[in-house]
Design a protein around this ligand. Structure first.
Ligand SMILES: [Zn+2]
Length: 55
Protein backbone atom coordinates (compact mmCIF):
# COMPACT_ATOMS: atom_id res chain seq x y z
CA UNK A 1 0.00 0.00 0.00
CA UNK A 2 2.33 2.71 -1.15
CA UNK A 3 -0.26 4.53 -3.20
CA UNK A 4 -0.91 7.19 -0.60
CA UNK A 5 2.54 8.67 -0.67
CA UNK A 6 3.53 8.05 -4.24
CA UNK A 7 3.00 10.94 -6.54
CA UNK A 8 1.92 13.17 -3.72
CA UNK A 9 3.83 16.33 -3.15
CA UNK A 10 3.60 19.52 -1.20
CA UNK A 11 3.64 23.12 -2.18
CA UNK A 12 5.17 25.75 0.03
CA UNK A 13 2.63 28.46 0.80
CA UNK A 14 5.41 30.99 1.01
CA UNK A 15 7.59 30.45 -2.05
CA UNK A 16 5.32 28.06 -3.96
CA UNK A 17 8.11 25.53 -4.37
CA UNK A 18 7.11 21.96 -4.98
CA UNK A 19 8.47 19.58 -2.41
CA UNK A 20 8.20 15.88 -3.06
CA UNK A 21 7.18 13.56 -0.26
CA UNK A 22 10.24 11.48 -0.98
CA UNK A 23 12.44 14.45 -0.30
CA UNK A 24 10.77 15.07 3.03
CA UNK A 25 11.41 11.47 3.98
CA UNK A 26 15.05 11.81 3.09
CA UNK A 27 15.26 14.79 5.37
CA UNK A 28 13.76 13.03 8.34
CA UNK A 29 10.06 13.06 7.51
CA UNK A 30 9.33 16.55 8.74
CA UNK A 31 7.14 18.90 6.78
CA UNK A 32 9.41 21.67 5.71
CA UNK A 33 10.10 23.52 2.51
CA UNK A 34 13.42 22.38 1.12
CA UNK A 35 13.96 25.74 -0.52
CA UNK A 36 13.11 28.42 2.01
CA UNK A 37 12.65 26.34 5.15
CA UNK A 38 9.05 27.42 5.72
CA UNK A 39 7.02 24.86 7.60
CA UNK A 40 3.58 25.42 6.17
CA UNK A 41 3.06 23.35 3.08
CA UNK A 42 -0.13 22.32 1.43
CA UNK A 43 -0.74 19.03 -0.22
CA UNK A 44 -0.97 19.01 -3.94
CA UNK A 45 -1.96 16.16 -6.10
CA UNK A 46 -0.54 15.70 -9.55
CA UNK A 47 -3.03 15.92 -12.37
CA UNK A 48 -4.98 12.75 -12.66
CA UNK A 49 -4.10 10.82 -15.73
CA UNK A 50 -7.11 9.08 -17.05
CA UNK A 51 -6.38 5.69 -18.37
CA UNK A 52 -8.46 4.33 -21.11
CA UNK A 53 -8.63 0.63 -20.67
CA UNK A 54 -9.74 -1.70 -23.38
CA UNK A 55 -10.49 -4.40 -20.90
ZN1 LIG B 1 9.31 27.63 0.57
Amino acid sequence: MSEASEGLSYECVRCSAKVATEELKLRGGGIKCTFCGYRILRKVRPPVIKRVSAE
